[in-house]
Design a protein around this ligand. Structure first.
Ligand SMILES: NC(=O)c1ccc[n+]([C@@H]2O[C@H](COP(=O)([O-])OP(=O)(O)OC[C@H]3O[C@@H](n4cnc5c(N)ncnc54)[C@H](O)[C@@H]3O)[C@@H](O)[C@H]2O)c1
Length: 318
């Protein structure tokens, strides 16, 4: 792959770190995974092998591809050694500000001066993460969606001091790796996708807690209504198709009515009482599903991965 980031380090090999390795290695880039100890290395290897097995079972890759991917992945328990000649590091340490500050400090100590540090942070402000950095211009948020080796979205977030140029380079880098990156013009907590998800989830909770419907039915309404369209295009394009006069026409026609719904909808910022209704309801919802579409956490996970891959095959994105 022609890119200016050729040697990659993945710092931390949990859920996200392991998955990121596959993105880089599938793109033909050498990636070193840096864990704290040999146990961490073993856990990362097991996760990567599990993901590769899933990709083979779903006919995304074959055995030969697997060997090629594995040949690009190496492991280290030594940050100094692992970071010494890299161009780009993706940090996947836990979502705790002190840990992010610690990794920034270690990165600046060991990585070359021109290397980039990308954080997988789910919503911490990059400006805060880079607060003590000597070179905040080369620190950037690169937020994947779980599981990153399957879901195309990458949100690129600049801190106050991140260079503009870097955001564009990182965008091109991920486009070349087959992902769909978007750059935020402005840093906000939760970025784009998690804010959208949180807005729908707040209303989900509210509908259940207020007794409008069970979580099973709210989930059905989402999955087989707007959700199935959202897997194809977002609210903007969907509403463009909602009226002969496009998005503007749709706001003219339904806008007034929508305002009365919004007026009645949840705006809370503390979880309300009664969320136990959701927990009981979700157990019931899982039990009611036929086995072939997942009726326990493990089979649900498998089913979701298979469906994600099938949908992405239709999008020609996997
Ligand atoms: N899980 C998700 O759905 C998701 C999605 C997008 C982004 N993220 C972000 O990715 C980052 C990693 O999340 P994750 O879900 O992979 O977490 P995780 O707990 O699965 O992995 C964290 C890894 O960091 C390792 N680690 C290395 N050095 C450490 C240290 N000094 N202290 C503690 N742990 C250390 C841990 O051993 C572990 O392997 C977080 O910033 C998270 O917000 C997570």
């Amino acid at each position: 792959m022609m890119t200016e980031f050729k040697k990659i380090a993945n710092i931390g090999g949990g859920v996200i770190g392991s998955s990121f390795s596959l993105i880089f290695a599938r793109g033909g880039l050498d990636v070193v995974n840096i864990s704290r100890n040999q146990d961490g290395v073993k856990r990362t290897q097991d996760k990567i092998n599990g993901m590769l097995k899933q990709l083979i079972e779903n006919k995304v890759i074959n055995e030969e591809d697997k060997e090629k991917i594995l040949s690009h992945i190496s492991y280290s328990t030594d940050l100094e050694e692992g970071l010494k000649d890299i161009d780009y590091a993706q940090e996947n340490w836990p979502e705790i500000m002190e840990k992010k500050h610690e990794i920034v400090e270690l990165f600046e100590k060991y990585a070359p001066d021109n290397a980039v540090l990308a954080s997988s942070t789910s919503g911490l402000l990059v400006s805060d993460i880079a607060k003590n950095a000597k070179h905040p211009e080369r620190i950037i948020g690169v937020h994947p969606y779980n599981p990153p080796h399957i879901i195309p979205l990458i949100e690129i977030v600049k801190g106050e001091k991140t260079s503009e140029d870097l955001a564009e380079k990182v965008k091109k880098f991920f486009e070349d790796l087959g992902k769909i990156p978007v750059i935020l013009n402005k840093e906000v907590p939760g970025y784009i996708a998690n804010r959208l998800q949180a807005a729908v989830f707040r209303e989900t909770i509210d509908l259940v807690v207020n007794g409008v419907a069970s979580i099973e039915d709210v989930d059905k309404a989402l999955t087989f209504g707007p959700g199935i369209r959202w897997g194809i295009m977002g609210s903007g394009l969907n509403f463009e198709l909602a009226s002969d006069k496009g998005l503007e026409g749709m706001i003219d026609v339904i806008g007034k009515s929508m305002l009365t719904w919004l007026d009645d909808m949840a705006t809370w910022t503390e979880f309300p009482e009664g969320t136990s209704k959701l927990y009981d309801g979700i157990d019931e919802a899982i039990k009611n599903r036929p086995k072939e579409i997942g009726n326990d956490r493990e089979s649900l996970n498998e089913y979701r991965t298979k469906m994600l891959i099938d949908i992405l095959k239709l999008h020609k994105l996997i």
